[in-house]
Design a binder for this molecule. Structure first.
Ligand code: ATP
Ligand code: MG
Length: 413
């Protein structure tokens, strides 16, 4: 199988949006063991899309097309492919029912062009759209297979995972499955992780081991091709055990887990609660925690104590302490964590105070950040020296604070 991806949309050519769909599909296809040879972008223009289809059909057997399945005039992917393949457009009953139901439920008038979203190419395998209206589809012709997906990632991603993956696995000539597992690490850099696992990475055959650094964490993707998922998992087990032996202390989760989800769920199990006092991160930790459904059982609230006045008056940091040590200090970080946990009546208090830059603060260097954790009357402080611009220092400080909390809680220090 040779695959390629065509993203349709003038917005992409104008630089108004980024082609994240191609990135997502490529990553998924690599994990499925399907080689992708080309990415292309075409505007909302039937003639140029037709040219692209001619080119792609001559060189690839699987063609992924995203965008242009919507109701408006510029959405012309299906019409173009229909004339290109000589397959007529027909109404998909299930999709039409979904669209009618959607408008009836919202008591909104359905316009004629909404009905266009229920049109599919004759003979297509339909991928239902559970988060939108236009279904995706796969069309098999003599020369190749076209897979069509809606443009919005919120529709494309669930559709791909739920319907396209099983479809693609069903198309394999051999009956093997390709199964991947992602191990997620925090608190260790990519080069350190690679160094510790170097011999495993060099000897890899199946499963393959691919490290990737992304958004202040490192992941390791293990991929096995085997007769069944159970066989693939069995093959991975030995490698996973070895990885855990070497870097298990940094492993916080699997696959789609996030650090904030893991913290919320582990705290919930023990009926622990958390309050935060954020200075230089300005509420980012609170935003991360509240992105998790059900966070309110654990996360009580946060005080964004950006000014010294708020540190003093609301969080009761003594003026003398601010003068003697400075707002960015170990002492203030510890006291903020203690006081916020008391104020909110939380089991844990977490604080961050630091210099996000671009200039020094109270003679302290950019990137110096203290993280305070308070639990059961005891507090500990960690010192970070982060690199980067203001935005990345704030982002890293928030992420590292969550990591420090998770680590503290896990190791019971
Ligand atoms: P809709 O029904 O929303 O019109 P559509 O299938 O017709 O969906 P488009 O009109 O091409 O898709 O794009 C709709 C939106 O989806 C875009 O405004 C953009 O936000 C997002 N989108 C489209 N293509 C991509 C892409 N390649 N990468 C990331 N986002 C995309
Ligand atoms: Mg559209």
């Amino acid at each position: 199988m040779k695959a390629e991806i065509i993203a349709v949309g003038t917005e992409l050519l104008l630089g108004q949006i980024v082609n994240t769909n191609a990135q997502f599909l490529s990553e998924q296809l690599a994990a499925l063991g399907i080689p992708v040879y080309f990415h292309s972008v075409v505007g909302d223009n039937a003639e140029r899309l037709q040219q692209q289809l001619t080119l792609s059909t001559a060189r690839s057997s699987l063609i992924f097309i995203t965008g242009g399945l919507g109701p408006t005039k510029d959405d012309l992917t299906k019409e173009t492919l229909s004339s290109f393949t000589n397959l007529p457009l027909v109404v998909d009953r299930q999709a039409m029912e979904n669209i009618e139901h959607y408008f009836a439920q919202r008591q909104r008038r359905m316009t004629e062009n909404n009905r266009r979203q229920a049109l599919v190419l004759e003979g297509a395998t339909i991928f239902p759209n559970e988060t939108g209206l236009a279904p995706g589809m796969a069309i098999e012709t003599k020369s190749c297979t076209y897979l069509l997906f809606p443009g919005p990632p919120s529709e494309l991603i669930p559709m791909f995972e739920r319907y396209a993956i099983p479809y693609l696995q069903g198309k394999r000539a051999d009956s093997s499955v390709v199964h991947s597992k992602v191990m997620r690490f925090c608190g260790i850099g990519e080069s350190e992780l690679e160094t510790r696992l170097q011999d495993l990475i060099e000897q890899q055959t199946s499963p393959t081991i691919a490290p990737l650094a992304k958004e202040d964490e490192v992941t390791l993707r293990l991929t096995s091709r085997a007769r069944s998922i159970a066989d693939a998992e069995a093959e991975m087990r030995e490698v996973i055990d070895e990885v855990r032996k070497r870097v298990g202390e940094y492993l916080y989760g699997w696959d789609q887990d996030t650090l904030e989800q893991v913290i919320i769920s582990e705290f919930k199990q023990r009926a622990y609660t958390l309050a935060t006092a954020e200075s230089c991160t300005g509420g980012r930790i609170g935003a991360l925690l509240t992105s998790v459904h059900g966070a309110s059982d654990v996360f009580l609230g946060s005080m964004i104590c950006y000014s010294n006045q708020v540190k003093r008056e609301l969080l009761q940091i003594p003026q003398q302490m601010l003068e003697q040590y400075g707002a960015v200090s170990e002492q203030v970080a510890a006291r903020l964590a203690e006081n916020v946990s008391q104020m909110f009546g939380a089991t844990f208090g977490l604080s961050v105070t630091g210099v996000a830059g671009p200039s020094m603060l109270e003679d302290q260097p950019v990137g110096l950040v203290y993280i305070g954790i308070s639990h059961a009357g005891q507090s500990t402080v960690q010192t970070l020296r982060l690199a980067g611009d203001r935005e990345s220092i704030q982002r890293r400080a928030a992420k590292y604070a969550l990591y420090a909390l998770w680590n503290h809680f896990r190791t019971g220090q």
